[in-house]
Design a protein around this ligand. Structure first.
Ligand SMILES: Nc1ncnc2c1ncn2[C@@H]1O[C@H](COP(=O)(O)OP(=O)(O)OP(=O)(O)O)[C@@H](O)[C@H]1O
Ligand SMILES: [Mg+2]
Length: 240
């Protein structure tokens, strides 16, 4: 099992943003985390990849690398695509001497091919469309062959076809590297095309756990409100 979260709690300024949640993601499984703005989705990802510390509980991940694909591609503007993708291989102490430059070139071109962008090694981020930048940021995230991949709103702001492309990559990565993945998303297509299971957060707690089909059946007040995007229901927007 690749990610196990047990009784996780995180408080910001006296407010429990994550309140005693537990869930598991197996190898080769994609878990979608959904929920309204401010429900704690990004916080969960940041806790899992160690960007921020948690107060209580436990996070167990299997050996290997964790990759995070950020909402905004966060590529280095001054580096070309090849240098962006190979960044970790050049800069990380444990990886720096592991590959020759020829091997790195080969790895970069393989990863680019995997995201459908063969041959764009020497382009700069500013020369690419938003969707292409996102796919390059995927390639950069998977360059270390992570067995755990966290995606924060990977399809937000993309046109429907680019969204489908990204969704297909997420699923193909699950097959190709048997990764355990978590996809934070608001987008229904991303949930139905990628997720094996879904959890919904509200006020730092899990208020629904099930398959995408179960989510769409709207059998609980929470799933009904989420799927119909209704203002009426058990979930209230805070701070808006
Ligand atoms: N570093 C921080 N310091 C203080 N409060 C924070 C911090 N990070 C997040 N929060 C608060 O925690 C809550 C959850 O934030 P989070 O970013 O996890 O929400 P989210 O579910 O990802 O929302 P969105 O859908 O808008 O991205 C929010 O109320 C936010 O203000
Ligand atoms: Mg967020």
């Amino acid at each position: 099992m690749s990610i196990e979260v047990k009784n996780l709690t995180k408080t910001f300024d006296d407010r429990k943003v994550i309140d005693d949640i537990s869930f598991k993601v197996n190898d080769g499984e994609i878990l979608a985390i959904v929920g309204f703005s401010g429900s704690g989705k990004s916080t969960v990802l940041k806790l899992i990849c160690g960007l921020i510390p948690y107060d209580n509980g436990e996070i167990i991940t299997s050996e290997g690398d964790i990759a995070m694909v950020f909402q905004y591609s966060a590529l280095f503007d001054s580096l070309d695509v090849a240098d962006n993708i190979s960044f970790a291989l050049h800069e990380r102490k444990d990886l720096r001497k592991k590959f020759t430059e020829d091997e790195i070139r080969k790895i970069v071109s393989e990863k680019l091919e995997m995201v459908g962008l063969k041959g764009i090694e020497s382009k700069f981020p500013s020369e690419l469309s938003g969707g292409m930048q996102k796919r390059v940021s995927f390639a950069r995230a998977i360059v270390t062959n992570p067995n755990t991949i966290l995606y924060d709103e990977p399809t937000a702001g993309l046109d429907p076809m680019s969204s489908t492309l990204i969704e297909d990559y997420i699923v193909s990565l699950k097959h190709e590297i048997n990764a355990a993945s978590i996809v934070v998303t608001h987008q229904m297509s991303t949930i139905t095309r990628t997720a094996d299971r879904v959890i919904m957060l509200y006020d730092g707690k899990i208020v629904f756990e099930g398959t995408p089909e179960e989510l769409l059946r709207q059998e609980t007040p929470y799933t009904k409100q989420f799927v119909t995007a209704s203002l009426e229901g058990p979930m209230q927007m805070h701070g808006g």
